[in-house]
Design a protein around this ligand. Sequence first.
Ligand code: SF4
Ligand code: FE
Length: 498
Amino acid sequence: MMNGKQYIESLRKLKPRIYFMGRKIESVADDPVLAPHVNAAAMTYELAFDPRYEDIITATSHLTGEKINRFTHIHQSTEDLVKKVRMLRLLGQKTGSCFQRCVGCDAINALYITSYDIDKKYGTEYHERVKEYIKYVQKEDLMPAGAMTDVKGDRSKRPSQQVDKDLYVRIVEKREDGIIVRGAKAHITGAVNSHEIIVMPTRALEADEKEYAVAFAVPVDAEGVTMIFGRQTNDLRRLDGDVDCGNAKYATVGGEALIIFEDVFVPWERVFMCGEYDFASQLVEVFATFHRQNYGGCKVGVADVLIGATANVAEMQGIAKAPHVIDKITEMIHLAETCWCCSLACSYEGYKTPSGAYMPNPLLANVTKLNITRFPYEWSRLAQDVTGGIVITLPSEKDYRNPETRKLIDKYLKGVADVPTEHRIRMIRLVENLSIGAELPESMHGAGSPQAQKIMIARRSNLEMKKEMAKIIAGIKPDEHFKRIRGISEEEFFSKLK
Ligand code: SF4
Ligand code: FE
C-alpha cells in the first residue's frame, strides 16, 4: 500500500494532458489549484497507516490474500459493505470534502459482478481480465477514476440517433491487438489526480447500439486522452491564502473534469465489455447502486464537520444556549443521521451476487441517494440561519491581512470576548464553504440526478404487492389470516355484527 506522500509522489510519474483556465497543467501534484483535491485523495492512502483506522481502511484481498487498501477491495460480505460506508463517513470527517476515490472502487466492483454474468451468457473472458486488472490495481494501490456519464448531446435522441455519433463514447475500430475508442465523459470526479480511468456505458442500449456497449481501462496519460478541469464556485480563492477558502487544505467537492478520448487505443486485456449491449443497463445499475450507497457515508461525514462548524459559530457569537439554535443544530443532526441510517441499511441488506461479490440493496441505496438530493439543502439552510448574514458579507482575507484594516476588523467583527476574531472568521468561512459552494449541486447530481433514483425506486418497490395488501385490508380480497384468527370467514364475522 502507498501512504499519502507516496500517492502524491506517484502522480509525479504520470504525464496526463490537462487544461484549466486556458493553460496546461504541468504537474498535478504541484499545481496550487489542484492541491486541495490531491490532498483529499491522499487522505484515503494516509489513513490506511493509522492503527486507529486500519480495520476500516484496509482489507484482505480475496484474489491474493494480501493486505490492501479497502478502496481496491471487492466486497466479500455485508460486513465489507458496512465497513465501506464507515470508511467514507470517516474520510468525510477528516477532509470535509469529497475524496474521490470511491468512484474507481465502485467501478471495479460493478465490473467484477457484471463481467461474470456476461461471460456466463456469452462464454467471453471478461471476468478473468477484470480480475487481473483488479490485482494490478491492488498491487500498485492505484486510484482509478470511474467514468460513466457521457456528454449526451440532444437528450431526446438515443446514442445511435445523435447527429454527431461521438457524443457517447464508442468503439470506432476493432483490431487484432485491441480497440480504438472515441467520445467524451463529463463530470468525472478525481479524474486529473487518478492513475487510471475506467470507462463504462452510461445507459441502457439497444441491439443497433453495440458500438456504445464498451467498458475498458486506460492510464490517465494514455495517448489521445485530454482532460479539461471544471470550474467551481470560488475555486481561485485558494490562490489568495487559506482563510477565504474555508477548507483550504481539502477543497469541498471532488474536482471534476471533462475527459475526451480522441481515438484512444485500448489493448484487449483492458477491455471489459465490447458489444454486449444487453448488459449495459446492468452495469449502470450495479455501479449506481454502489455509488448511491456511499452518499449517506461521505456526505454525512462532511455534514458532521458542518454541524460542528455551525455549533462553533453559535458559541463564538454567544447564541449557543438559545433554544432555537439548539433546536436547529439538533435538526441538522437528525437529518444527517437519517442519511447515515440509509447507508447502513442498504449495506446490511446487501446480498451475494453470482460472482461471489456482495452488493448493497438497490432500492435502499437509491433511497439513500434521493435523501441526499434533499437533506443537505436543509442542513445547509439551517447552518446559514444560525450563522447569520455574515456568511456572505465577510471582508476578504486580504483586508484582514492589511494592517490598515486589520485592527478595525479585529475590533468590530469580534464575537464573544475570549475568541480571537480570526477564529470566528475562519469558522464562518468553513460554514460558507460547506453550505454555499459546489457541495449542494454535487449532492443533487453526483451518482445520478434525483429522477434517476426515482426511476429505480419505482422499479424496485413492488407497487403491485402494495396494491394487493391494500385490497386485503379494504376487504376487497380474502384475508387468509383473518379467517384463521376468527375461525370464520370475514363475511360471516361481519354479518354477525349487522
Ligand atoms: Fe466518494 Fe462521496 Fe466523492 Fe462520490 S461524492 S466520490 S461517494 S466522496
Ligand atoms: Fe460524487
